[in-house]
Design a protein. Structure first.
Length: 605
């Protein structure tokens, strides 16, 4: 077990460090455990190791294992998983080792933090550092358990919904590693408790204050001054876990627990999840703080610059990074990319018409002979469609050459070409050049938590609890209001020139009178808004939706005399998931074989 090896290695080092007669000169070359109490950087390293194991993915990856996309990378673990090789000993979605390692580092840090001299010359600074660092550690532990529950929570053969073993103290060489899985409900309670502990210790945001009067009474009583407060809790700590982030993680845990796959034994209701989401959104004034450009943050190049102000859409994000990784992986071949993520026809069909009506609606005006006309503007933002101009290059994915008589990007033309007739567009910067001989890198931001995600979570939970237009808690907006704001931002309910239609978003109004229709609409809006952000895999499973929908694409031919295009829907990849048990991921087989108390989820061998 990787976690156990790290534990034994760490404590082995401490043991060796204490054997001064084995190595000379001991005082100069070896650091004993007590050293971390005197050297704060040494102790802080444990927390940094925890941050290093945050399980957020910074490029588009897991969507290719869902109905939203496929990959042209024949060696992809996600491709193998989606086509039948997903097993307890072959699980690319596993969070077991990484998150358990993170929990061990955090638990070890929590056991030491109050003994470390963070600011020996000032009692106020010492207490502020202890509080902030403890708060961060509690927040990290909640995140690790959240991802473990998402990946490994499930029903065992005894009918009990289990989570993972709960560990809140550090393990060492004398620990009993044969621990049973706690119930899913108990794991959720631990996540909530850790989030509450983090919120109690951390400020909502890391901002500088301008006077001693603004210092919290707890620290003022210890003699703190505002410059010292800013040193610990000011803007220099921005992007560390804050109270606001811990509050959002608690809301995410609640939504997971209240979802169809877990709600029966999780102990969390949709009403509770909606309330927790609303608490997060109160911080920005609810819909008053809704970012009208939040769905295309990746296009706002001025705000991607390191000197730019924070984006209002980002509740929590990765640090800005200057690279060309996403473009190198996903640009079409004509732009020197690998074309790895190929959006599916399934996803393209999920985008409605500009009027807001699904393309399957007989009143939508959808024309199969002109399938991209008058569609939801988000489609063109997310997907490179046939004939699109991108980086001043015509991208032709059909079975005919582009304006330069080239076929680089044609469907199935090479191992870098699209398999579906589509390339990824979302998250890519047109001002990047991935070609090594003329490399141009640019800054990127990858969100960990977007406010749009929390708005959608609120809408999902509120609709499930109270229906589309009910607001029993008095937050000031309903599931309907949130979805209306999201669809208005997208440009739905308008004509081809962006002018409001006389009937407005009539399909939304129809859904507003039917809870089931609104559920389906909310789920589809989440699919569109969060596509290619590694959310779909988990959403399908927590909603218990069919996993085996074949992935489709489009083959486009052109009549060279008339120039007329014809579109043929093709099957690209059959999926081989098992809906009888694969809503829930497995516990690693090696762990189950090793530890007798660790029960496997039902169906997995």
């Amino acid at each position: 077990m990787k976690t156990r090896n790290i534990i034994l290695y760490f404590f082995g080092l401490l043991t060796l460090c204490s054997c001064s007669d084995m190595f000379e000169p001991a005082d100069e070359n070896n650091r004993q455990e007590d050293a971390m109490y005197e050297e704060s950087k040494y102790a802080h390293g444990l927390l940094i190791y925890g941050y290093d194991r945050l399980p957020y993915i910074t490029t588009t990856q897991t969507d290719v294992a869902t109905d939203d996309a496929v990959t042209n990378l024949t060696s992809s673990d996600y491709l193998f998983m989606a086509t039948g090789s997903w097993s307890a000993d072959n699980n690319p979605m596993s969070q077991w080792d990484n998150c358990k390692d993170g929990i061990q580092y955090v638990n070890l840090f929590l056991s030491k933090v109050e003994k470390v001299k963070w600011a020996p010359s000032a009692a106020s600074k010492q207490q502020m550092f202890v509080d902030r660092l403890k708060g961060e550690a509690f927040g990290l532990r909640a995140i690790f358990y959240y991802f473990l529950l998402q990946a490994h929570g499930g029903y065992a053969d005894d009918g009990v919904l289990y989570g993972v073993p709960l560990l809140t103290t550090p393990e060492d060489g004398s620990s009993d590693f044969n621990q049973p899985r706690a119930t899913f409900s108990d794991c959720v309670k631990q996540c909530f408790a850790d989030c509450d502990s983090a919120m109690a210790l951390l400020p909502q945001d890391y901002v500088d204050i301008d006077s001693d009067e603004e210092i919290p009474a707890k620290y003022k009583a210890l003699g703190a001054i505002y410059s010292g407060y800013n040193l610990v809790f000011g803007t220099k700590s921005r992007n560390l876990i804050s109270g606001k982030i811990a509050e959002a993680v608690k809301a995410q845990v609640a939504l997971l627990a209240a979802s169809p796959a877990f709600r029966e034994q999780s102990g969390v209701t949709s009403a509770e999840a909606a309330t927790l989401c609303a608490n997060v959104l109160k911080r920005i004034g609810g819909l008053e703080g809704f970012d009208m450009t939040g769905n295309i943050w990746y296009k706002n190049t001025t705000k991607l610059d390191p000197k730019a102000a924070e984006m209002p859409e980002m509740l929590w994000r990765e640090d800005r990074r200057k690279n060309a990784e996403q473009e190198r992986d996903n640009f079409p071949p004509s732009l020197y990319g690998q074309g790895r993520t190929n959006p599916s026809q399934n996803l393209v069909d999920a985008f409605p018409m500009r009027s807001g009506r699904p393309i399957s609606d007989p009143n939508s005006g959808y024309d199969p002979a002109n399938p991209y006309i008058n569609r939801d503007p988000r489609l063109n933002d997310a997907v490179l469609l046939n004939g699109t101009k991108f980086r001043q290059t015509e991208i032709i994915t059909g079975n005919y050459p582009n304006e330069k008589d080239e076929k680089y990007d044609n469907i199935n033309n090479s191992d870098r070409a699209t398999r579906t007739g589509y390339y990824l567009k979302k998250l890519l910067r047109e001002d990047v050049s991935p070609l090594s001989s003329s490399l141009i890198e640019q800054y990127h931001i990858y969100p960990r938590i977007r406010y749009t995600e929390i708005f959608l979570a609120y809408a999902e939970a509120a609709n499930d609890a109270w229906g589309p237009k009910a607001d029993p808690t008095g937050v000031g907006y309903t599931a309907y209001d949130v979805i209306k704001a999201i669809r208005t931002r997208a440009g739905l309910g308008t004509d081809e020139f962006g002018r409001p239609l006389a009937e407005g978003d009539s399909y939304l109004e129809e859904c507003a009178g039917n809870q089931t229709l609104m559920t389906n609409l909310i789920r589809n809006e989440r699919r569109l808004e969060l596509c290619f952000e590694n959310k779909r895999f988990w959403d399908l499973r927590r909603w218990m939706l069919p996993l085996n929908e074949s992935v489709r694409g489009v083959s486009i031919d052109r009549n060279d005399e008339t120039g007329v295009l014809t579109y043929k829907i093709i099957n690209v990849e059959d999926r081989k998931y098992n809906d009888s048990y694969q809503w829930y991921g497995p516990i690693p087989k090696s762990e189950v074989l090793k530890w007798s108390k660790l029960v496997q989820n039902k169906g997995w061998q």
